[in-house]
Design a protein around this ligand. Structure first.
Ligand code: ADP
Ligand code: MG
Length: 390
């Protein structure tokens, strides 16, 4: 089955299942992808640059508005029954489990002044959860795209980015930036999303790995990053401290040339945190230039340098991620790095297609030899952003 035929079949299946569950056909089916960040890690909340792309793994949501304020939510994931809530009584921080993502979106829309009635929702997703591919934003972006259309809210992509961020920050309680939803809402097939997190400006940059004889492998280490909230918060705090001491609005305003001076002003740990952000921003720009002028075969060095910076300066890697990266490189990848927030999740390895199998085999063997849980390894390609699929 080709990609379009498969998407159609998935949308039909989900609509049929919705009708079985809720007793009426959905108003439509919407999909939103997960994302992989090619480069630019922890730069988003420093008002810097990131270069993610929407992947060919998506959350799909069949949704029907109701005439009352009841919300019923069901996921094909797990076997618990529908979660019920009231659109007139959504309370931040009070919802546990996956329902907080769709309910957070409804709440953020209400806070934005929109009238969101009750709805029935069936969710299905093939974005692996907790792997650093942003399964949570895939859900939120599918839901906001559906509600935007059905309520006639007329929100722009930029509005939806801000509102899903508000949902995650204030309702879910996760202090995340704007990268994930920007990739999910604004991504396009064959393109990476070069995002300036200061003003949300987006430029699409061609990332046609396949055409250059390359594949992008994702190595999901299966190490959960869900308990890493403390690490994430402390990195953010270091960045804020660094910006304060250096007298800038955000670390985005510090350049590589300023680093010598910064070293004299900061304590050694804060300096290393700052150096990661400053050099990482620079690497994003170098990667964008290389993709535009030379193509994906020329970005390996930046991926490698990004990993070293996260491992040694930002200290957000872990033994499984380091092993995945080192093994992939030794087995033929031309560049590799951990991706996502860190402390677990996934690594990416840009690999000549002819070496794909040997990289996969080497990583599986290395994990077994180290006594680590077997990783999940798959390829991703840049795919379309969120939209209606039925
Ligand atoms: P990430 O976004 O990096 O994958 P998060 O911890 O932010 O990790 O989000 C993962 C959470 O998203 C899961 O714990 C679950 O609540 C929710 N989730 C993801 N996919 C599904 C799904 N198919 N059905 C229900 N909940 C899901
Ligand atoms: Mg998430």
């Amino acid at each position: 089955m080709n990609t379009t035929a498969r998407a159609d079949a998935q949308a039909r299946d989900l609509a049929a299942r919705f009708e079985e569950t809720f007793g009426a056909a959905p108003d439509g089916v919407w999909a939103a992808p997960g994302r992989v960040n090619l480069i630019g890690e922890h730069t988003d909340y420093n008002e810097g640059f990131v270069l993610p792309f929407a992947i060919d793994k998506r959350a799909r949501t069949a949704l029907r508005l109701r005439g009352d304020s009841t919300i019923r939510l069901l996921s094909t994931f797990g076997d618990q029954g529908p979660v019920q809530a009231d659109a007139a009584d959504l309370v931040p921080g009070a919802v546990k489990g996956w329902a907080k993502y769709p309910l957070g979106v409804a709440w953020a829309l209400q806070r934005h002044g929109l009238d969101v009635p009750g709805f029935d929702l069936l969710l299905d997703s093939d974005v692996p959860l907790g792997a650093g591919l942003s399964s949570s934003h895939a859900i939120e972006c599918a839901v906001i795209t559906a509600l935007n259309e059905l309520t006639g809210a007329g929100l722009s992509a930029e509005d939806m980015v801000r509102l899903t961020q508000h949902a995650e920050n204030a309702f879910v309680g996760a202090p995340t930036g704007i990268m994930d939803q920007s990739a999910s809402l604004r991504g396009a097939a064959g393109q990476a999303v070069f995002l300036d997190c200061r003003d949300q400006a987006v430029q699409l940059v061609p990332f046609e790995a396949q055409e250059s004889g390359l594949v992008l492998l994702v190595i999901d280490t299966k190490v959960s990053h869900s308990h890493a909230d403390g690490g994430y918060a402390s990195r953010r705090a270091s960045c804020e401290l660094g910006a304060d001491v250096l007298g800038v609005k955000a670390l985005r305003d510090v350049t590589v040339a300023d680093l010598d001076e910064a070293r004299a002003l900061l304590d050694p740990v804060t300096f290393r945190r700052v150096r990661h952000i400053v050099t990482e921003n620079h690497r994003v720009l170098l990667t964008v230039d290389a993709l535009r002028s030379q193509g994906p075969a020329h970005i390996g060095q930046f991926l490698d340098a990004s990993h070293v910076s996260m491992r040694d300066d930002f200290e957000i890697s872990c033994p499984e991620l380091d092993l995945a990266v080192a093994t992939a490189r030794a087995a033929g990848a031309i560049g590799a790095r951990m991706t996502g927030g860190g402390f677990g999740g996934s690594a990416i390895a840009l690999t000549p297609a002819r070496h794909e199998q040997q990289v996969r085999d080497a990583v599986v063997r290395a994990f077994a030899d180290a006594g680590f849980t077997a990783p999940d390894i798959f390829t991703v390609t840049p795919a379309a952003g969120a939209g209606r699929i039925s």
